[in-house]
Design a protein around this ligand. Structure first.
Ligand code: URA
Length: 237
């Protein structure tokens, strides 16, 4: 791949801007300045520097974020900051997208990617990728509520019955539940349908990929190949 094209693909600006970065000597590979925009380079396992910062070439990007409260999963947020404000400009330039959405007040595991196929694989309604949530409620949780979540509830404006699996009470006001679709406000609506109210919501897991316990709020990391496969693991429904 041409050096200028490689830089552009990684989010360093327009072709012209990338040419300029190269010609001005700001780009290095193996510690040597590369000032020829048309130089051909191998992208496999490529590491490079721009303004002394180290980067690895990534054909596609797959990211796990520990989403904090008060951030919207939108490029055009309405009332809060955008989760995209938590990422460097070069990733935004690559058209980073959220894989599904979390409400502004929901915390926890949010995946982001620029790979449309990966996004589809995790969000298409026919793909049943489990999502595990920890829910804190306004009122004490009753056995009848746990039973109703498991046996299924009707949701206004939706067809069918929505069931949670692995419903477990963790404390008087806290439960964990797994859902298998990604409807708008699904957990909040299911909890409301059984007569309680969500006061805090945290996503713990997508597919078989769990939020690392040492990942601080607002921190993120690039998924490994194994993480990507874990996230894509579908339910045996
Ligand atoms: N269900 C909700 O109600 N909100 C979320 O953010 C995610 C799932």
């Amino acid at each position: 791949m041409l050096l200028e094209k490689m830089l552009q693909s990684q989010g360093f600006g327009s072709r012209k801007e990338c040419q300029r970065l190269i010609k001005e000597g700001h780009v290095r590979i193996n510690d040597a300045i590369c000032d020829q925009p048309k130089q051909k380079i191998q992208t496999e396992h490529l590491a490079f520097q721009v303004f002394g910062e180290h980067y690895q070439f990534r054909e596609k990007i797959y990211i796990a974020l520990n989403k904090p409260q008060g951030f919207e999963c939108s490029h055009q947020p309405q009332y809060h900051q955008s989760v995209f404000a938590l990422f460097p400009e070069m990733l935004i330039q690559r058209n980073l997208q959220c894989v599904g959405r979390l409400d502004q007040d929901t915390t926890g595991l949010l995946l982001l990617t620029d790979d449309g196929q990966f996004l589809q694989a995790l969000t298409h309604p026919r793909k049943h990728v489990a999502k595990v949530y920890r829910v804190t409620t306004a009122d004490p949780i009753t056995p009848a509520q746990l039973e109703s979540l498991t046996s299924g509830v009707e949701l206004r404006n939706e067809e069918g019955i929505y069931r949670a699996t692995n419903v477990q009470q963790l404390a008087e006001y806290q439960l964990e539940m797994t859902i298998h679709q990604g409807l708008y406000h699904q957990v909040k609506r299911m909890i409301a349908a059984v007569g309680n109210k969500v006061v805090q919501l945290h996503r713990q897991q997508i597919g078989q990929l769990t939020l690392p316990s040492d990942l601080a709020e607002s921190d993120w990391y690039y998924l490994s190949e194994q993480d990507i496969q874990l996230a894509k693991t579908q339910d045996l429904l």
